[in-house]
Design a protein around this ligand. Structure first.
Ligand code: UDP
Ligand code: MG
Length: 322
């Protein structure tokens, strides 16, 4: 199988048929064997029955379904597990990205063997956004700006679903996110493993039918936490240096007063300066410890990947002998 397209769906009865038609049309020009895997993430509307009807008529469409709504992370993981393609594309069910771009992403992987996964990117130069509610767009852009500093590569769009992966990337990752944070989990782990990423410009359009499942509080918290885990010094470094700096400045001022002979020994300012200096050092130390843990975590990921590769090699040798 050359290509698998994964489409997670939660209450997308209004979109399912139209989206699958459009994806099918986009793939007419695709030269190879493909499958479309739809994952019903515990919808409470007719999504499942709509999908099952379409799948009977079109053998390229597969349906995975489970009864509880867990989140798009779970839906994508299930889809990845079932997929057989050498290249795996994920896209959302509301045509936020024109399926014509699927070919662009796949072609990039075909033409550039050094690239392991490709991101459809509305926020990079050349990309764009249409009809997305302003507040939502602003939050998303701000989040992506923060993540741009947190991640090792300077990525413009790290929260998008629209991507193409080589099989080996997905096979090397142990993914655990249930929600939208799966996109950054994949990026973080894949980059830590040394896989190479490329962004390709794409236009993101606001959803036309059905309602967005975006949950602000949950998404903001998970993404901010992720940023801190990924780059602990973003918080600990800034806060630590700030406390230390202010503490030292106050200390200098106190020393100056003492030099002039104007210092009242009992002044709370002295205690405050000492507290700030000690606190600053403490916060910075937390940052260093977090950094060490991060390095260890990435080292473990790398070892996991090497284990998988070794396992593969042993299997191939075994098959050769058998
Ligand atoms: N989705 C899902 N489970 C959920 C929430 C969303 O499978 O719990 C799917 C949804 O059907 C869509 C994709 O994930 O195909 C992205 O969701 P949505 O378009 O609502 O989010 P947005 O594009 O606004 O971030
Ligand atoms: Mg969407």
């Amino acid at each position: 199988m050359d290509l698998s397209i994964i489409i997670p769906m939660f209450n997308e009865a209004e979109n399912a048929e139209h989206t699958l038609t459009r994806v099918g049309e986009a793939l007419v020009s695709f030269n190879g064997d493909y499958e479309i895997i739809t994952v019903n993430d515990g919808s409470t509307d007719d999504t499942l029955s709509v999908l099952e009807k379409i799948a009977i008529l079109n053998k390229k469409i597969k349906v995975i379904s489970y009864p509880m709504n867990i989140g798009r992370g779970m839906a994508l993981r299930k889809g990845f597990q079932e997929s057989k393609g050498e290249i795996v594309v994920s896209i959302d069910a509301d045509l936020s990205y024109d399926p014509q771009y699927i070919i662009d992403l796949v072609e990039t992987l075909k033409k550039e063997p050094q690239i392991d996964f490709v991101l459809g990117s509305p926020y990079m130069p050349g990309g764009g956004v249409q009809n997305v509610p302003l507040l939502r767009l602003w939050i998303s852009k701000l989040g992506n700006k923060i993540l741009r500093f947190a991640l090792p590569n300077r990525i413009h769009t790290s929260t998008g679903i629209f991507r193409a992966y080589r099989r080996k990337v997905l096979d090397s990752l142990e993914l655990e996110s249930d929600g939208k944070e799966i996109h950054i989990e994949i990026l973080s782990k894949a980059l830590a493993l040394g896989f190479r990423v490329k962004e390709v410009p794409a236009i993101l359009t606001g959803r036309k039918r059905g309602s967005s499942k975006f949950k602000f509080k949950k998404t903001a918290t998970s993404h901010l936490l992720f940023s801190v885990f990924e780059k602990p010094m973003m918080i600990f470094g800034v806060l630590g240096i700030l406390a230390l700096g202010v503490g030292l400045l106050i200390g200098l001022y106190v020393a100056y007063l003492w030099f002039l002979g104007k210092l009242t020994p009992g002044r709370p300012l002295i205690t405050f300066a000492i507290l700030l200096i000690l606190g600053g050092i403490q916060i910075l130390s937390f940052g260093f410890i977090a950094l060490q843990i991060l390095t260890l975590r990435k080292e473990i990921l790398r070892i996991q990947k090497e284990n998988l590769e070794l396992k593969d090699q042993i299997m191939t040798i075994g098959k050769g002998k058998g």
